[in-house]
Design a protein around this ligand. Sequence first.
Ligand SMILES: [Zn+2]
Length: 205
Amino acid sequence: MNFSSKLLENAVNEISQLPGIGKRTALRLVLHLLKRPKEQTHFLAKSLIGLVDDIKLCKKCHNISDVELCEICTNHNRNEEIVCVVEDVRDVMAIESTAQYKGLYHVLGGKISPIEGIGPQNLTIDSLIEKIKSGDIKEVIFALSSTMEGDTTNFYIFKQIERYEIKTSTIARGISVGDELEYADEVTLGRSIVNRIPFENSLQR
Ligand SMILES: [Zn+2]
C-alpha cells in the first residue's frame, strides 16, 4: 500500500495488527474515523487508554473488574461454597446471563495448551488450589469448553484437587463438542449448569 500520509499509514498499521483485520479493512476503518466527528474518536482513544491503564483482575476470582474485588465476589447473596471454573470473562458473562447460577467463579485466564506454550503455571490454577485448601469450598464445577485443551485442563485440575474432600462436577453437555461456552444459547447453558453431572462420569465417555 502506498500511503499519501505517514499519519494515515501509522494508524492503518496499528489497527491492522488486531485479530481478523487486514490492511484493507484497517484503511476502511481509519477513513471512517476521519469522517466522523473528532470528539467521537477522542472518546474511543480515551476509553482504550482507560481500559489498559485502569483495569484490574479481581483478587479472588481473577475476573476483569474495575475494583480489587469484583461485584460477584462481594455479593453476599452468592453461595461461596460453590466455585465454577471458567476460561475467561466471556464465560462468566455467558453464565451470568442465564441467571441460573448463584455461586462464585474462578477465572483461569486460558486453557492448558502445549501447542501455544501455555502450561498450568501460566494459569491461575495455584490460586484455585489455595482456595480449596482453605476448606471453605464444597463444590467445584468445571465449565471449560469441551475441546481437547478444555478437557486436558479439567483433568489436570481434577488430579490436583482429588485428594480434598470436595464435590467435583462438570456442566452437562447440551452443548456440542468443540463449541465455546460463549456461543451456547442461554437456555441450554442454564440447563446444563442446573443439570451438572459428577466430573468422574464425564471421564467414562
Ligand atoms: Zn471476583
